[in-house]
Structure formats: structure tokens, C-alpha cells
Write a protein that binds this ligand. Structure first.
Ligand code: ATP
Length: 234
């Protein structure tokens, strides 16, 4: 579904991503794990068209998206959920969700999808008239995901959904991620929290300073000595 080949990304003098290749097949949850500064967010932003690659190719559902505009990428159902706090503050929960469906052509299905989002995240239904700025961290993460679901994603890119959340919220968010996947959305997830990410992922890639150093199934990576030592304190 998504194929990234020999991708490099530079910020001025810094090479943040170095010749990486990976793929996400339809129906999978794939995770990229790595420490601060490993290049995870840069990779997601490059796929979304928000950062330009220095070299390499990216294809999505068979089409080259290496130089595509972010708007065109979104229209094809490749949707990024930014780190939790990037909801539109000063707008209500409902208005944030409405923005998610803004580019959709099938307006007749929007209301039914809104009902699904409220079923999945009952707290958002309760708070729909509330300013998004006043939601808790976990609620803002749910809103960011709800907004993404309103744009009917085929492939969802999740940027550190566990960031800053209490363990109980992390569990809840990851349960919802698995559920969204089971209902047919493919997921690429980046995380510093290797433990939770590898538990839900079919496959994972370990990033170190812009390079992929290891790849395997989520289960095998969770057990591997290298991952245990580097990320799980074991
Ligand atoms: P974190 O988990 O801390 O968010 P990350 O793995 O997502 O880290 P990136 O944010 O992709 O890492 O950053 C990779 C490298 O690129 C870092 O060294 C960072 O300082 C650098 N970098 C990121 N964005 C920029 C930018 N806009 N300009 C210059 N350097 C940048």
C-alpha cells in the first residue's frame, strides 16, 4: 500500500533520514520505533508531503507521491494524525471534527461517520460544544484521531499517540487503534513507547539516528535482546 525506497531527508546541514526503505501492506499495523531525534516525525511529515525528500521514492496505492502536494495526498485517503496536542484551539470539538470532513466529496455519508466517531469516543459527544483547548491531553488525542477518521482514511499515519498520556489513556488509545485497524484502516504508527507500539504492530522497524537498524514482526522485536536493552530497560 505504501512503499518507501531509499529515502533521505536533510534539514540544511543535518541528514535526518538516511537511505531508508520500508513498506506497509494493506490491512497491517506497522510501527517505526526509535529514540528522540531518530527521524520518526520527519519520515511521517515527508510521506504527508509537508517536508520534501532529498532523494528516494514513495509510492502509495501504486502511485508516485514523492513530489505530491499535501492536499492531493490527503484526498487519496492518506491521513496524518499529528502529535496529540495539535487540535484547533478556539474551535469547539464539533468544529474540529467538521474540519476533518472538509475535503470529502461524499458529503451524504458525513453525518453517519460523525455518529460512528461519537460512538467510538463517547467523551467527544459529551464535550462537542466545548473549546478543544480545554480538553485533557487524552481527550485531545482522541479528538485528533476522531478528526482524522472524519476524513475517511485508507492509511492512517499516527505520530506518537502515547505522548504525554497517563497509562490508562495509553491503553484506551491503543485499544481504539487496534479496533480502527480491524475495521479496515491500515496504520503506520511512530512511537517512542516501543512496548505499547510493538504489542499492537504486525511488523516493526527500529530507527537509530536516521537509519533502519532492525526489522521483524512486532512479537519478535518485543522479545529481541537489542530492543529490550535499548528501549525496554530489560
Ligand atoms: P522525537 O521522538 O523526539 O520527536 P523523531 O524521531 O521524531 O524525534 P525528528 O523530529 O524527525 O525525530 O528529528 C530528526 C532530526 O532532525 C533531529 O536531529 C532534529 O533535531 C532534526 N530536525 C527535525 N526538524 C528539523 C527542522 N525543521 N530543522 C532542522 N532540523 C530538524
Amino acid at each position: 500500500m505504501l512503499k518507501v525506497t531509499d529515502l533521505s531527508v536533510n534539514y540544511d546541514m543535518i541528514q535526518a533520514v538516511k537511505n531508508i526503505s520500508f513498506e506497509v501492506n494493506e490491512g497491517e499495523i506497522v510501527t517505526l520505533i526509535g529514540a528522540n531525534g531518530a527521524g520518526k516525525s520527519t519520515i511521517l511529515r515527508t510521506i504527508s508531503g509537508l517536508v520534501r525528500s532529498g532523494s528516494g521514492d514513495m509510492t502509495y496505492r501504486g502511485k508516485d507521491i514523492t513530489k505530491a502536494a499535501p492536499q492531493k495526498i490527503v484526498e487519496q485517503g492518506l491521513i496524518q494524525v499529528p502529535e496529540g496536542r495539535h487540535v484547533f484551539k478556539g474551535l469547539t470539538v464539533q468544529e474540529n471534527l467538521d474540519l476533518g470532513s472538509f475535503t470529502r466529496k461524499d458529503k451524504e455519508n458525513v453525518n453517519a461517520d460523525l455518529d460512528h466517531v461519537f460512538e467510538r469516543f463517547p467523551i467527544l459527544a459529551e464535550r462537542k460544544k466545548q473549546d478543544a483547548a480545554t480538553l485533557s491531553g487524552g481527550e485531545q488525542q482522541m479528538l485528533a484521531m476522531g478528526r482524522a477518521l472524519m476524513s475517511k482514511p485508507k492509511l492512517l499515519l499516527l505520530d506518537e499517540p502515547s505522548m504525554g498520556l497517563a497509562p490508562i489513556f495509553i491503553k484506551e488509545i491503543f485499544r481504539i487503534i487496534e479496533d480502527i485497524n480491524k475495521q479496515g484502516t491500515t496504520i503506520l504508527l511512530i512511537e517512542q513507547n516501543a512496548n505499547v507500539a510493538l504489542q499492537v504492530a504486525d511488523r516493526g522497524y527500529v530507527l537509530e539516528t536516521g537509519k533502519i537498524v532492525l526489522t521483524d514482526t512486532g512479537k519478535n522485536l518485543l522479545k529481541s535482546d537489542a530492543v529490550q536493552k535499548a528501549y525496554l530497560g530489560g
